[in-house]
Design a binder for this molecule. Structure first.
Ligand code: RIB
Ligand code: CA
Length: 319
């Protein structure tokens, strides 16, 4: 872990607000942000997604406590705007944290609703707030529906979601966060937020860890190093058996890395539209790479990442 004076001399505190459906990869992204000395996490807002809302809240509270941080965790929407909740407990475990027996209950979140917290903090820090979303976009959409001008107050917005190019993870072409609540995603992607979209393709290409790579991180030997690897137990089995990867992948952490150090990920301007249909047309991020629709680009879509820089940042955050 490096100290503040080891950061470049002209560093300044940056304000973050993070929306998450806290499960095993979200938790690693939270650790990275909470352990970054030049980032002030104003709040963590929680949404149902990987696991039911109450569990995601407990997972976020546990992670904040493990980091020794004092950051409000606020519960939000327990289901998508219009659709029933579909969780990913088969991917992350029933508790979302690898079912390794962590004590993930009886912690109290901060009172209030996540959508109000998003509105209050973004308005309070207008022009100097980075919004990072790690789950379905239900909370963010609700905040924008209540206060559309909020989109202009956010200085940077990093969204883990969608597919920049290639195949999906929940259907052949859809990614889970967008697919769970496509209506919310459509609202967010058409809101005017300065979106940088980190698709799941970036995760499986640049943020996959096989057993040896995972062991190298765990061998750092700190409680956080062991935590960030051990909670991937269910995800590891799923990734190898179902996704065909060499080990677990970390979509939320590489998105957080892009927010912490923008140079780690390259982006290109594209028009991105969201489909809100059913079956194979549910929750697609339709990326107009060639501009054939003639619609003006409104999203920066991630195209590649610097794995070495990402892994170095992850290692520092748990050292
Ligand atoms: O598709 C990957 C995304 O869905 C990640 O955010 C993961 O945590 C799940 O929410
Ligand atoms: Ca997530």
């Amino acid at each position: 872990m490096w100290s503040r004076n080891e950061l470049c001399y002209n560093w300044r505190m940056r304000n973050f607000i993070i929306d998450t459906d806290t499960a095993s990869d979200d938790a690693v992204a939270l650790v990275m942000a909470l352990r970054q000395p030049d980032i002030d996490v104003k709040a963590i807002t929680v949404v149902a997604g990987n696991v039911p809302l109450a569990q995601a809240v407990q997972n976020a509270l546990y992670t904040v406590e493990l980091c020794g941080a004092d950051v409000p965790v606020v519960a939000g929407c327990e289901k998508p705007l219009l659709r029933p909740l579909e969780t990913a407990q088969e991917v992350h475990g029933d508790d979302g944290m690898g079912d390794i027996g962590l004590s993930l209950q009886d912690r109290a979140p901060t009172r209030g609703h996540a959508a109000d917290t998003l509105r209050n903090i973004i308005r309070q820090h207008a022009g100097d707030i980075t919004l990072v979303t790690l789950g379905p976009l239900t909370n963010v959409a609700l905040a924008l529906l209540c206060e559309p001008e909020l989109a202009r107050c956010v200085s940077d917005c990093y969204i883990m979601g969608g597919i920049g190019s290639g195949h999906g993870n929940i259907t052949p072409l859809a990614e889970f966060n967008i697919w769970v609540d496509p209506e919310a995603a459509k609202i967010v992607f058409e809101s005017g937020l300065p979106i940088r979209m980190v698709g799941w393709d970036i995760s499986w290409k640049y943020a996959t860890f096989d057993a040896a790579q995972a062991s190298e991180i765990r061998a750092i030997g700190t409680p956080l190093a062991e935590f960030v690897v051990d909670i991937q137990a269910t995800l590891t089995d799923f990734a190898i058996a179902e996704t065909g990867l060499s080990g677990f992948d970390l979509p939320d952490p590489i998105t957080m890395a892009a927010a912490i150090e923008p140079g780690i990920v390259d982006f290109r301007d594209c028009r991105v539209d969201i489909t809100t249909g059913a079956g194979l047309t549910r929750g697609l991020t339709v990326v107009d790479v060639l501009g054939v629709t003639g619609a003006p680009p409104q999203v920066k879509v991630a195209t590649r990442a610097d794995r070495e820089a990402f892994v170095a940042m992850l290692r520092r955050s748990v050292s």
